[in-house]
Unconditional design. Structure first.
Length: 951
């Protein structure tokens, strides 16, 4: 760990209580009835806020500071904090300390205009030095304990300002949230809207969106009772061991919690698309591909079948789903997630968690939060404003929590200069507080930065050691945690909470009841003692093939070039049509791109049992049809390709684009893609083929959007299929689509731009070994389609776009407000309708009334073509002007299968939550003033019906 980052990590944990009630909205909150004890409990229990850390010459010093002798960040300080970090991100801040100190406690005196002199800073004790114009806020100025402040000054905020050099105080808040378990806001469930469910028996899938809001609080209560009983019988060392990953032999899984007493411990294993590091498992289509299906049943079934495989191998915790938001088109791990829209991503997360957990596997929603690029992922600070945080990056996590996710993984990066795994704001206040998450937070592997992260909300450290790869470097927890609890720096109440949350996850999924033992060794397939080579594949290949077909997006189809109809002759061009020279698993963690691309690279992968290439699948079909089939795999020999494709009925060019996790570099791409150009000379190859053959079909297996404008409009390119990364059945899936066995219905889960620059949001590169990169999310809500719409940028293919081999028409839009018959929350509902922000409190953002169906959207869809097919109707809400929202936001979708001529009525409901914006002052969800409208259509730009929302 670099010193600079280390210091920043500790500095994040210093001092003070912040009371949410200090914000102006407290008046609102207390004047409204709340369904449970939620709001009252947000007051700080001062005895719980008892931690501080100091840094002195790089040596950790901790002492207990009681909240009573401490100080709250005043609202002036809070707002200066907001202003300052916006300013700070525009400086060339040379170290984490500087930016952390500056952003947390001071603001340049003219906060709105950045001073021209760059700030420099250093930490001494918990104080900092700033040379610049400054204003320091504090209420009152911290003077106790005096030894921690080198320059304490009394006064009202702002208590000191001027220019020159000032030594001041650094504060970041530790709230009280983590110290006791608390329930989600849960009024008496009123069937059929809020029925009580166990994750083991979840509600059925509803493809048009859930009409019910499952209440898992009874199941959590039962799990907590068992967990508390278990933990109450443990010694401190045993409790610590439940929280600390274990390196002692045998290390069978990527993460292991050792047995404690008669409890067998836990096996945690990657990945979001199948069981990693083993054999006789399925490699499912990646997250981005199932997102492209817009089919909730497929999302659920994929989760369920993956869950069966994890369980079958004895894995307690499956490390998925991954729900980062594809903020930067080049982001290396985007394909593991569900695209760039928070609603779609949230629905996919919700269904995946329900599916995984329905077979008794614990899900792990990751990576929390704002982890959007690979480059310097442990040395970057994502500086995200509160509204964007709530409306985009946090949203899928909220949905995962609503699905009952047992665990959440905090990410490698910092958020506002505080590491995600010791970030009180994101872990305690947002996740456990506002969202009401009752499970446990584990660190990403090596993402823990201090012992005191316990106080900021971390419950489990993975893989356990300070250093990812050298387990003998000790642990922040283990004996260190025992010592901190022993001397009261970390309270026993918090220690109990950590262990209890972890055990509750175990009981919630019924893992105390006949759970299979671990039957593989993740670090060796040749461990004859532990590798039982259990076949868990069942018939899961069928769903893999189905999702691959439904997740392929038909972008262009000139004059019915597709589906293929027994072509006399076919040529497959491009190495992506065949198998790689070294076999499907030739590269470790799929860190190479040779042959058909079925997945990106990194820890988010699995071993292939086999990989069906397009060539193999098309050949079988060609034999049936009597087609003559040949191929040309030399991507760089474009002249050869051009002559090979002459006179052939159809030339299908297979191209791809790859990316992955930053620990592997492929062809110069350090995880993130260097650019958005298709790989292997694809653009030249396509152009050369299209110049020689006027029936050129392009199939792209791409981890995300690529720039295809050099050939997309070429009239000889008669078809384009964007096939995403489809897993082990990639060849069969694309063959189904090419020949019409599957009528394409996939939709783009992101925008394909005409030029990379159009995305407007880019990787932040540069810096040296000690640099913490500032990544200001200055675009706010406006990236991907929200940006293209807002600034009238024409994309090549918009979000939600996808063609079919048939055509659909939409009729008869009717939008109404559903009758509300739940008396418990009438006052809250009325207040919301009047524009009053929702009250604050634990679980306030997941309150059932906020998520119950509210507006009903009804319309008819007809198949007006000659082939049966699936349409994906999408509902986009247009918020009132002045609300600050993008022009259109996806708020509903369905997947409808229709025979030719068939008409179906589609009903989609929208909850209040989806018609709210996050009010940063009130810290609640509110309905903005003005009139709402909505559009129903086939993409984010192809609107067929539009009408007002009568609210
Ligand atoms: C508590 O123990 C830890 C670990 O030994 C130590 O670093 C810290 O200074 C101690 N704190 C107090 C207040 O004694
Ligand atoms: C980060 O800082 C921004 C700007 O001050 C603020 O709006 C946001 O709430 C902060 N987020 C976290 C997690 O601290
Ligand atoms: C806790 O874990 C440590 C390290 O693996 C081990 O040596 C110790 O025996 C464990 N203690 C208990 C009580 O299980
Ligand atoms: C305790 O933490 C320190 C870092 O502060 C580390 O060097 C040491 O190895 C840890 N001790 C153990 C027993 O893991
Ligand atoms: C959605 O997926 C399920 C499961 O694969 C499938 O049976 C169903 O036909 C799909 N729905 C549509 C409308 O295509």
């Amino acid at each position: 760990m670099r010193l600079a980052a280390r210091l920043a990590a500790l500095s994040a944990l210093v001092l003070t209580a912040v009371s949410v009630g200090a914000l102006p909205s407290s008046a609102v909150a207390s004047s409204l009835p709340v369904a449970s004890s939620a709001v009252a409990s947000s007051a700080i229990a001062s005895s719980d806020v008892a931690s501080s850390a100091a840094v002195s010459s790089g040596v950790e010093v901790s002492s207990a500071v009681s909240a009573a002798s401490s100080y709250a960040i005043s609202s002036a300080a809070a707002s200066s904090y907001a202003a300052s970090s916006a300013v700070v991100t525009s400086y060339a801040v040379s170290s984490a300390i500087a930016s952390s100190a500056v952003s947390s406690a001071i603001s340049a005196s003219a906060a709105t205009s950045a001073p021209s002199v760059p700030l420099t800073g250093e930490v001494s004790g918990v104080s900092y030095t700033v040379s610049s114009t400054y204003t320091i806020y504090g209420d009152p100025v911290p003077t106790n304990p005096p030894s921690l402040a080198t320059s304490p000054t009394a006064g009202e905020p702002p208590y000191n300002s001027g220019s020159g050099t000032e030594v001041g105080w650094q504060t970041l808040s530790i709230s009280s949230y983590a110290f006791s378990s608390f329930p989600v806001v849960s009024p008496t469930p009123l069937p059929p809207v809020f029925p009580s469910y166990s994750p083991l028996y979840p509600p059925p899938v509803e493809n048009s969106g859930s009409q019910i809001v499952p209440d898992f609080s009874d199941a959590w209560d039962v799990a907590f009772a068992k967990a508390e009983a278990f933990v109450s019988g443990l010694t401190l060392e045993q409790k610590v061991n439940i929280t600390t990953g274990e390196y002692q032999e045998p290390i069978l899984c990527v993460g292991n919690i050792a047995p404690v007493a008669d409890w067998p411990g836990l096996c945690l294993q990657d990945s979001p698309l199948g069981v990693r590091d083993t054999d006789f498992n399925t490699l499912f289509p990646a997250g981005i591909t199932v997102a492209a299906t817009f089919n909730r049943t497929m999302m659920r079934l994929r989760g369920l079948e993956m869950g069966q495989e994890f369980r079958g191998k004895g894995v307690n915790v499956a490390l998925g789903p991954m729900m980062n938001m594809g903020r930067v088109a080049q982001g290396g791990r985007n394909w593991e997630g569900f695209g760039t829209d928070a609603f779609l991503s949230g629905e996919a997360a919700y269904e995946t968690v329900l599916g995984l957990q329905s077979v008794g596997v614990q899900a792990c929603a990751k990576h929390y939060v704002d982890y959007e690029q690979e480059y310097k992922r442990t040395q970057e600070s994502s500086n995200v404003d509160d509204r964007t945080q709530h409306e985009i990056y946090q949203k899928p996590f909220l949905r995962a929590v609503m699905a009952g996710s047992a665990s959440v993984m905090c990410s490698y990066n910092m958020i506002n200069d505080t590491y995600a795994c010791e970030n009180d704001r994101t872990l305690n206040q947002l996740l456990k507080g506002e969202i009401g998450f009752r499970g446990y937070v584990m660190s990403d592997w090596g993402a823990q930065m201090s012992t005191l992260s316990a106080v900021a909300g971390l419950d489990m450290t993975m893989a356990g050691g300070i250093h990812l790869s050298t387990p003998d470097g000790g642990s922040w927890w283990g004996p260190n945690l025992t010592a901190f609890v022993d001397n009261g720096t970390i309270s026993m109440a918090r220690m109990d909470d950590m262990a209890t949350r972890i055990m509750a996850g175990y009981y919630l999924l019924g893992q105390d009841n006949n759970y299979p033992n671990v039957s593989f060794n993740a670090s060796s397939l040749y461990d004859t003692v532990h590798d039982k080579h259990i076949d868990v594949q069942a018939d899961h290949y069928k769903l893999v093939r189905e999702i691959g077909g439904a997740g392929a997006v038909l972008l262009k189809n000139t004059d019915g070039a597709l589906p293929l109809n027994k072509p006399r002759s076919i040529i497959l061009v491009g190495s992506d049509a065949g198998n790689g020279a070294m076999g499907a698993n030739g590269y470790s963690d799929r860190g190479g791109d040779d042959g058909i691309l079925g997945v990106g690279w990194g820890s988010g992968t699995a071993n292939y049992p086999y990989l069906v290439s397009p060539a193999a699948a098309i050949q079988e079909r060609a034999r049936l049809d009597g087609s003559s089939l040949t191929n040309w795999y030399l991507d760089w020999d474009t002249e050869g390709a051009a002559s090979a494709v002459e006179q052939v009925d159809v030339a299908i060019v297979f191209v791809n684009s790859d990316s992955g996790e930053g620990y592997i570099t492929v062809d110069g791409n350090w995880g993130d893609r260097d650019n958005l150009t298709l790989w292997h000379n694809a653009d030249n190859l396509i152009q050369a083929v299209a110049a020689a053959n006027n029936n050129t079909i392009v199939v792209a297996h791409s981890v995300g959007p690529s720039i295809i404008d050099s050939w997309a409009e070429n009239p000889n390119v008669t078809g384009i299929i964007w096939a995403n990364v489809a897993g082990q059945e990639a060849g069969n899936a694309i063959t189904d689509v090419l020949y019409g066995a599957v009528n394409p219905s996939g939709r783009l889960p992101y925008t394909i731009a005409k030029a990379l620059e159009d995305y407007g949001v880019f990787l932040i590169l540069g810096g040296d070994n000690d640099t913490i990169l500032s990544i200001p999310y200055t675009e706010g809500l406006f990236y991907d389609y929200r940006r293209f719409d807002q600034y009238n940028i024409t994309p090549r293919y918009e979000f939600g776009f996808g063609l079919s081999y048939t055509t659909f028409e939409y009729y008869n839009l009717a939008v109404s407000v559903l009758p509300q018959y739940d008396p418990t929350d009438l006052a809250l509902e009325a207040a919301w309708e009047a524009g009053v922000p929702t009250p604050q409190g634990e679980g306030s953002s997941t309150a059932f009334w906020l998520h119950r169906p509210y507006v009903q959207v009804q319309f008819e869809v007809q198949n007006t073509g000659a082939l049966a097919g699936t349409e994906i109707p999408q509902v986009y809400v247009h918020f009132p002007t002045g609300s600050g929202e993008p022009p259109s936001l996806l708020k509903g979708f369905d997947a409808i299968y229709l025979e030719p001529g068939e008409v179906q009525t589609v009903t989609i409901t929208i909850p209040r939550y989806e018609l709210s914006i996050w009010d940063i002052i009130a810290q609640g969800w509110s309905k903005p003033e003005g009139s709402f409208t909505l559009s129903v259509g086939a993409s984010s730009r192809d609107f067929r019906l539009t009408g007002p929302i009568p609210i």
